[in-house]
Every structure is written in structure tokens, then in C-alpha cells.
Design a protein around this ligand. Structure first.
Ligand SMILES: C[S@@+](CC[C@H](N)C(=O)[O-])C[C@H]1O[C@@H](n2cnc3c(N)ncnc32)[C@H](O)[C@@H]1O
Ligand SMILES: Nc1nc2[nH]cc(C(=O)O)c2c(=O)[nH]1
Ligand code: SF4
Ligand SMILES: [Mg+2]
Length: 251
């Protein structure tokens, strides 16, 4: 796209936003610990049984999602980051539903970097413009099935553009077996195993307690599993933001 066309596309595009927050630290996977502003879109094509972000998924919360022009989103990212370029994490819901290409182009023009979190069910050609793509296919405990063709379409759309990683939530043995099989399909992708957090509270209850003991038990169990299996390329990481803040929003 020419610069002029890109500018006019950015002007016309609106994106359905659930929340924009930060800076905080990336709590999961590949970029854990890195200062990040989150842009969370509203709406998802999945309904994972244990989703910890229902306020960006469930249509009961649709009224809280705002269509925002790219310029307004960008102003908010700039305000939150004090105009200092950092990594912007595009999450949701499934952010792949939204037209995010012009937001990425705008941010790149100012030196920001972009990571996308998605389950790999919808491919977009702007995946190639990302800096990092985190694909998080869903294991059996989620109640969702995986369309591996759609997943491969996501990889093809990304091409040689972003750094790509797998991040798989594990609650039990069946999930662990799924994670191993998924990783075996794509042995060249770095893989992160994330213990499931079993107590997604009602989304509007910031103080709801998370079962941290359960998360820690699954963490220890996962470390034993990968050690016993000599699965030495897997990385096992908890959701750091959940350890710090529970399921509080906006962190
Ligand atoms: C809320 S999702 C949003 C992005 C996208 N829909 C996806 O699932 O990748 C972000 C990440 O949180 C993970 N997640 C959601 N609920 C979780 C839970 N209860 N315990 C651990 N991880 C969870 C998802 O698997 C995903 O990797
Ligand atoms: N700090 C922090 N790290 C995160 N990593 C993935 C998140 C998400 O909900 O997509 C998330 C989040 O909501 N907060
Ligand atoms: S795909 Fe992601 S946002 Fe959608 S329901 Fe599952 S965990 Fe939640
Ligand atoms: Mg989350």
C-alpha cells in the first residue's frame, strides 16, 4: 500500500475495543516481563470453558466494547506510553477478527513493536507485519476443537515476518498430550506451556480470588512431566500477572 493510501485507510478504519491499558509487564510466554501496553479487542469465535477474559468474549459484555478509529486508539497508546516506543500486545477476544493492519503500520512509523495473541483460527494478511505472533491452540479441556488447516493458514500468512511461538495452556494429562502433539507438528516453533488458572472469576469482580495453589501445583507437575519426558525444548511458565494481581483487569 502507498503511504497516502495507508493514511486514508487508518482514518476510515474502526476497531472494536474492549480495553486499552498499561504500561504493565507482559505476563505470559515469549515476551514475559517486557513492559507492554495492551490493546484488547472485543469478540471471539471461541468459547473456551476456562477463558479468563470473558469480558472481551461474552456477548453480555458487548455494550462495553467501543468501535474506535485507529487514530483514537493510537492516541491512547501514545498517552499511556508517554510517547516512548514499547511493545504493544494485541489481544482479545480474538484480535484476528479485527482489521489491525493500519494500527500496526501507524505504530511502526513511530518505532513501536507489535505482538499478537491469537488461537490460530483466523488468518489475516497483516500477520506478516507483526514483530511477534503468539499462537495459542486450545487443548481438550477448553471444549474447543482445533482446525489445523486454519492454524497453518495463520503460519502461512505470517510468513517470514514475525517471530512466531506456540503457547499452550495445560490443565491435565489430555492437555499435555495435546501440547506435545501440537509441538511435534511444528518442531521449529518455540513452545511455552502455561498452567491453567482454574478460577476465572466473574469478569466484573476484580477481587475474586484465584486458586494460586492450584496454579503452582500444575506448574510443579508440568516441570516434572517435561523433565521425565526429556522434553527439553519446552518452556514452562506461569501467568506472572495472575500471580501478582489475580484476575484483576487492566494489568
Ligand atoms: C485471553 S486469550 C486472548 C487471545 C486469544 N483469544 C487466545 O486465546 O490466544 C490470551 C491467553 O490467555 C490464555 N488463557 C485464557 N484463559 C486462561 C486460563 N484460565 N488459564 C491460563 N491461561 C488462560 C489463552 O489460552 C491465551 O493464550
Ligand atoms: N500483564 C498481562 N499479560 C498478559 N498476557 C496475555 C494477556 C491477555 O489477556 O491476553 C495478558 C494480560 O491481560 N495482562
Ligand atoms: S480463544 Fe482466547 S479469548 Fe477466546 S474464549 Fe478462548 S481463551 Fe478466551
Ligand atoms: Mg488474560
Amino acid at each position: 500500500m502507498t503511504a497516502a493510501r495507508q493514511k486514508s485507510a487508518a482514518k476510515d478504519t474502526t476497531i472494536r475495543i474492549s480495553e486499552i491499558f498499561g504500561p504493565t509487564i507482559q505476563g505470559e510466554g515469549l515476551l514475559i516481563g517486557l513492559p507492554t501496553v495492551f490493546v484488547r479487542t472485543g469478540g471471539c469465535d471461541y468459547r473456551c470453558s476456562w477463558c479468563d477474559t470473558l469480558h472481551a468474549v461474552d456477548s453480555d459484555y458487548r455494550d462495553t466494547w467501543k468501535p474506535m478509529p485507529v487514530d483514537a486508539i493510537w492516541q491512547e497508546v501514545r498517552r499511556l506510553s508517554g510517547g516512548v516506543p514499547l511493545t504493544v500486545s494485541l489481544s482479545g477476544g480474538n484480535p484476528a477478527i479485527q482489521p489491525l493492519g493500519s494500527l500496526i503500520a501507524k505504530g511502526h512509523g513511530e518505532g513501536y513493536r507489535f505482538a499478537l495473541e491469537t488461537q490460530g483460527s483466523i488468518a489475516k494478511n497483516w500477520f506478516a507485519d507483526l514483530d511477534h505472533l503468539v499462537l495459542s491452540p486450545k487443548p481438550p479441556s477448553s471444549g474447543m476443537g482445533t482446525d489445523w488447516q486454519a492454524f497453518e493458514d495463520c503460519l502461512a500468512a505470517a510468513g517470514e515476518g514475525p517471530q512466531v511461538a506456540l503457547k499452550i495452556v495445560v490443565f491435565d494429562d489430555a492437555d499435555y498430550a495435546y501440547a506435545k502433539a501440537a509441538s511435534a507438528r511444528f518442531p521449529y516453533l518455540p513452545v511455552y506451556l502455561q498452567p491453567g488458572n482454574h478460577t476465572p472469576p466473574p469478569p466484573d469482580d476484580d477481587d475474586a480470588r484465584v486458586d494460586i495453589d492450584g496454579v503452582m501445583e500444575r506448574m510443579l507437575w508440568l516441570v516434572d512431566k517435561v523433565s521425565e519426558d526429556r522434553w527439553f525444548s519446552a518452556r514452562v511458565l506461569p501467568q506472572l500477572h495472575v500471580l501478582l494481581w489475580g484476575n484483576k483487569r487492566g494489568v
